[in-house]
Design a protein. Structure first.
Lengths: 105, 234
């Protein structure tokens, strides 16, 4: 099972610790907001808005090196656009892993 | 070369800005989380290149491109691979970067700009393309699309214009002159200093007024001849 990592951020930052800290800061600030938006739209059953939220979260999924999860998120986004919640649990488990990882950074 | 970045995600803007910082001849003038704010900026500032996200709330990157007149070079940045074909239907789109962007892929996109003519002195304005059938108005920070055909009358009232369509009325902070320049002349005619009408919506003309829907619109003497010229009289 894949786990969140900072490989992409490390590759982007190189020796630039200041930039790395900036990206992690943004991640810690932006991820919870995007996750909140996702659940808020889900609660209202606004599935196209939920799909938008998933789309936005996909970038964070890939930034945290979750290659397989990215495809799950993409498929879930497509499902939502077709009014289906298939893969909801899988995607929400990914979110949980990401949040637990980011909170420890 | 100068550029702006438009992406509702802060992380994406930060990563792009960092890549761009490696190029001494590209200056980031500004970055925007909202395409609407970017349009306001483009109305005042010439820009050579836009890094543009496709998926933004209520307003896609493609909507954005269609809204601005003479768009400069655009590099699309998106998490979605599915729009590549649509993207290259737009002449202004130079490349299509899929997130997460790598430095080598970013470099290739910049290299594509070499040899392209930069439209640096052309200010980009909120506008309608002459070929399009609609225009956008800014209402409470939302850009609302209005089909030309649906507009009945546009009336100037102080610093605002009232746009009356078949289904709804809108109040926009603008001038009659500004909107007149953007309207197709084959459909619209200024009949009075405060009124532009859709001539296809005229029900009848009587003396110095026209009836459109339930509104009686005054026609000034100087515009009457042009109005009569434009309609098909038996």
């Amino acid at each position: 099972m894949e786990t969140p990592n900072l490989n992409y951020i490390n590759e982007l930052s190189g020796d630039n610790e200041e930039f790395k800290a900036k990206l992690i800061g943004i991640l810690k600030r932006e991820l919870p907001l995007e996750v909140d938006t996702y659940y808020e739209k889900l609660e209202k059953n606004e599935l196209l808005r939920v799909a938008e939220a998933v789309h936005k979260l996909k970038h964070k999924v890939s930034i945290l090196g979750l290659e397989k999860s990215y495809y799950i998120a993409s498929d879930y986004e497509d499902n939502l656009k077709n009014s289906s919640l298939t893969l909801q649990d899988e995607f929400q488990n990914i979110l949980k892993d990401m949040q637990e990882f980011v909170i420890q950074l | 070369m100068n550029c702006i970045i438009i992406d509702d995600e802060e992380m994406a803007r930060a990563i792009l800005a960092q890549f761009i910082a490696n190029f001494t001849d590209i200056e980031v003038l500004a970055d925007f989380s909202s395409p609407i704010d970017a349009i306001k900026y483009l109305n005042q500032n010439p820009v050579d290149l836009i890094f543009l996200d496709i998926h933004m709330p209520n307003f896609s990157g493609f909507d954005f491109i269609q809204t601005i007149k003479n768009p400069p070079n655009v590099i699309l940045v998106t998490s979605d691979r599915n729009f590549a074909i649509e993207a290259f239907e737009y002449k202004c789109i130079v490349d299509y970067l899929v997130k997460p962007i790598t430095e080598s892929r970013f470099l290739k996109a910049i290299q594509k700009l070499d040899g392209l003519k930069l439209p640096s002195q052309n200010a980009v304005k909120l506008d309608v393309e002459s070929k399009s059938n609609n225009f956008y108005i800014n209402v409470d920070r939302r850009l609302i699309k209005i089909d030309f055909q649906s507009v009945n009358v546009i009336e100037a009232k102080g610093d605002y214009i009232h746009i009356k369509t078949e289904t709804k009325n809108y109040v926009v902070h603008s001038t009659l002159k500004k909107i007149e320049d953007k309207l197709p002349t084959d459909i619209f005619l200024k009949v009075h200093r405060s009124f532009i009408i859709n001539i296809k919506k005229i029900i009848d003309i009587e003396d110095n007024s026209v009836l459109i829907s339930k509104d009686v619109i005054p026609v000034s003497r100087s515009n009457r001849a042009e109005l009569l010229n434009r309609i098909n009289i038996l």
